[in-house]
Design a binder for this molecule. Structure first.
Ligand code: HEM
Length: 235
């Protein structure tokens, strides 16, 4: 299969510093994910009405959601932490399939939870939008790789991963001092549910475009330097 035009044109070659910073950020993210999963599983380990509160009568949906969500977070982490080299492309493919299965299972649970939730409409809408963003970004990423568009696949899978992290981002945002006093609690919760995936997607887009612009500028400057040297001729 020949590489797509986009794949050939994309900026390559990260400096050592960029790689180290990226590795450190991924390790911090992994710790953050593990902490989230441990606290969530500890919370629902004791199966009783007192611990499950509003989820007690809907616990089957919650378990479905939790099982898929855990699978998606763990396998997504494996994909991003390992960045499987080409020699492991089969492993990457199977981990990816497991990750997508996790998203599908968790989304089925999310639909059941939204349909049975006593929460205000704004909160249910925010959850539904998150589910839509999760499924659509993953689907675009999947279709891209089926068409051999590697760069597009990476871009959209990174976006899907940022949406996967929404509950973790949400927990962080909601615990930020002062956030819960911004408006009525149900309104703040609805707003922060949107923020927990829309803001990371926006920051990713800004970062990605700035990076590409910087690379193009540098390549342009290098090209101009070479042309000037050629014009000056041999000394
Ligand atoms: C990114 C897409 C996601 C969507 C759309 C979503 C949707 C939902 C919905 C609708 C509820 C129930 C809210 C209610 O009934 O009022 C819920 C609760 C919950 N979700 Fe998710 N979720 C997502 C990702 C995840 C992931 C990846 C996990 C990780 C395991 C997770 C873990 C939980 C837990 C533990 C609860 C129970 C509430 C709590 O204890 O905080 N969710 N989610």
């Amino acid at each position: 299969m020949s590489p797509s035009r986009e794949e050939v044109a994309s900026p390559q070659g990260q400096s050592l510093l960029t790689r180290v910073l990226l590795a450190l950020a991924l390790i911090a993210l992994a710790a953050w994910c593990v902490d989230f999963l441990i606290s969530v599983h500890a919370k629902y380990r004791h199966v009783a009405p007192a611990t499950y509160t509003m989820f007690w009568t809907r616990r089957a949906w919650l378990w479905t959601h939790l099982a898929g969500g855990t699978l998606a977070i763990v396998l997504g982490l494996v994909q991003f932490l390992t960045q499987w080299p080409r020699a492991f492309s089969r492993v990457h493919r199977w981990t990816g399939r497991g990750y997508l299965a996790g998203i599908l299972i968790a989304s089925t649970g999310a639909v059941g939870l939204i349909a049975t939730s006593p929460a205000p409409f704004a909160i249910r809408m925010a959850f539904a939008a998150t589910a839509w963003a999760w499924l659509s970004t993953s689907l675009i990423g999947l279709v891209a790789i089926r068409r051999g568009q590697v760069q597009k696949h990476r871009r959209w899978m990174t976006r899907a991963w940022l949406v996967t992290l929404a509950p973790i981002t949400f927990r962080l945002v909601i615990h930020t001092p002062g956030v819960m006093t911004l408006a009525d609690p149900p309104d703040v919760i609805a707003m922060m549910l949107w923020v927990s995936w829309a803001l990371p997607l926006l920051l990713f887009e800004i970062g990605r475009r700035s990076w590409a612009l910087w690379h193009r500028r540098r390549a342009g400057q290098a090209q101009a330097g070479l042309s000037r040297a050629a014009d000056a001729g041999p000394v």
